[in-house]
Design a protein around this ligand. Sequence first.
Ligand code: ADP
Ligand code: GLC
Length: 482
Amino acid sequence: MRVLFVASECVPLIKTGGLADVVGALPKALADLGMDVRVLLPGYPAVLDGLRRSKFVGDRADLFGVKAQVVSGRTAEGLEVLAIDAPGLFDRPGNPYLDEAGEDHADNWQRFGALSWLGASMARRGIDGWQPDVVHAHDWQAGLVPVYLGTADQAPPTLFTIHNMAFQGLFPATCRSGLGLPESGFDADGYEYWGQVGFLKAGLFYADHLTTVSPTYARELLEDDFGMGLEGVLRARQESLSGIVNGIDTDVWDPESDPLIAKRYSRRAPAGKRHCKAALVEEFGLEASDGPLFAVISRLTLQKGLDLLLELVPHIVARGGRLAVVGSGDAELEAGFRAAAEAHPGAVGVFIGYDEALAHRIQAGADAIVVPSRFEPCGLTQLCGLRYGTLPIVSRTGGLADTVIDANPAALASGCATGFQFAPVDRNGLRTALDRAFDAHAEGATWRRMVRNALGQAVGWEASAAAYAALYRDLVTDRIAP
Ligand code: ADP
Ligand code: GLC
């Protein structure tokens, strides 16, 4: 089975969020099941620079007026990547979506239209003698793949995965001629969305099957609050929508072998975690305390609900807790966390920015990771938390609800609790969950038991990769014998 991934990010080459983690790790797990996966990415400088043994493949292409050629290469871990070398589209400062001033690149419609167009072209004609059996497109940036692929007999089936409904890739109607989109699809039954071209809408409407990254989010997406305007489109496709929970790369996230942490530890020998906590307390300039050390590793946006945590900082400090934060995003939240650190020196430490190695040190050193998201398709930091025995305190939504076992009386009695859930997602809900964590931590034995449970959770990709593999097989079988 040959699978072409089409996506805009992939660890270790380029990352702004969890999408990159998934696109980097899932192909490895699929390879363990005998699948041959290649990932088509935009050729941002970091992507082209990060590839080994790269060579040009295929013909030169004209992507809506911009010259391009495909580069084939491998990451250090051996992941097969196809990158679009088109400096006119991808070689520029800023991040994949935003310029240095934080504004969307004005030609994002063209940049990701080009990604989708090339993905469809490869799917139809193959590349360098390699012909995919299935195309797996991720998020709005790859949403036009099934539109360009059309219904040609030889077109492989498409799977479209929604990682986040909040980012929909909406562009002015005028871009459709520049993108060579079929006029007939500019309709509610097509890629049109309230008079605009909707890249995500296109994926939802035209792909053969849809998945999202947890079963709970798959159900939530059919509701008005979570569907973000596209719930009607999804309801019409309910039969073709399933939820497969994300995993994490358990080679990269492994307290037993992690080279980035102060001392290694495991479920059998957990003592090193204390050492990691001491190192983190020192790194963040915190004063020692018997209370729990809470952590945040996150984009600072409305989705993540961290404004609620900010309001509760005085409460955490009053109860003898400590807080370590690494994050970046909305200016107001960044300022809020900086101010909290200034107001509570020795109790709250904040690093505004993006730092992958620091994320590892925090997962290893903290007692609990707080993820109070208003919505969360899956979430990965709570999975890393479990892997490092750092108990997740999470809102009961999306993948957070599916991956953390709440310390309710039944779960505590049967000894399977791994964290704390709360609902509704408001200040009181979070406060109650934090208080339950304080109490369990003070009890000692309860906390240690939960840490052992967390360290024993299966958070890798094995089960979910098998679910994707089964889906690819079904899609191919249906195509051959509808
Ligand atoms: P989302 O994709 O919505 O941002 P996820 O939890 O799925 O949320 O994935 C976020 C990923 O980005 C995780 O791998 C997390 O460790 C990482 N991350 C987020 N913010 C930071 C940061 N400031 N520094 C380092 N890593 C971060
Ligand atoms: C999105 C979601 C996050 C999910 C990630 C990877 O960024 O916000 O919940 O874990 O995609 O699927």
